[in-house]
Write a protein of this length. Sequence first.
Length: 291
Amino acid sequence: MSEQNDTRFLFLLIECQYDDKTGFYLSCLAQNDGIDESRQKIEDRLKLEGINKCILAEVGVVDSSEIDMNKYEPFNTNNTRLGLTRHKYASKDDYNFVNPVGVVISAHSPVDRDGLALSFSLIKDDYATFAIEIVPDADTIEITIKTICSEIINELNFIGIYFAGQYDFENSDYKAIWIKTGEKSQLIKFFFDNKLNLLENGFLAVELGDQNSNNRIKITKTKELIFWTDTNEQYERLKKKLTVLGYSYKNENISTGKDFEHFKYRKIGSLDFENMITYLIDNDFKEHKFE
């Protein structure tokens, strides 16, 4: 790392939970590690103090000249540092939106993240009669996808993996969709059995649905969900299901991908670009390149 880069740190605002109701917010600094690697090191350290879980609230990139380094305590090496001030909450009764794994709000975003909430809205889209954007959080994204795939989409016969733009901040010119066809229950099982590399990967978008119609769902890189259908009956059923899951209808959603500066990442143990391509080939996906 160059001398200039040695002054730059990954800033992480971490929600540290003793349990569902008690904990604190902690500012941390890290170098030489990715977002999830840094979060895991911090969580491992704080578990020694009885912390049960560390949740990413915000991430940024800062220069040492912008911060008071005396307010951070290094552990293990100087590359990871914990803030000395802990902003405690005695009771967490208020709802705090937590991004699904794979994306996190930037600490430098000028927009107040308190506007994020479980919501859905109709959006303009020429692809189908109804296009519904859904904003899930970390707790609801899996059950929402399972509900739509199992109970709303009638014919589900393919899964598509989209590469477009950067993967690990490289391979930016590669654009392709890898498609696997099969039976509905098997494809849904495959998706959730492999969620580390698919659902929780901020460098990929994933689509599941019917190749013979416009009925499908897309999980975007920033973990919004787009559902398409040509029937009012499906749209009405979806609205009822989403309401039961805690979503509210809005004329226009506030979403991470549209309204906030953000960082995409993948988890420890997930596949890099080269191994991801091998993994898709080994699991009978077919490559379709596009411009």
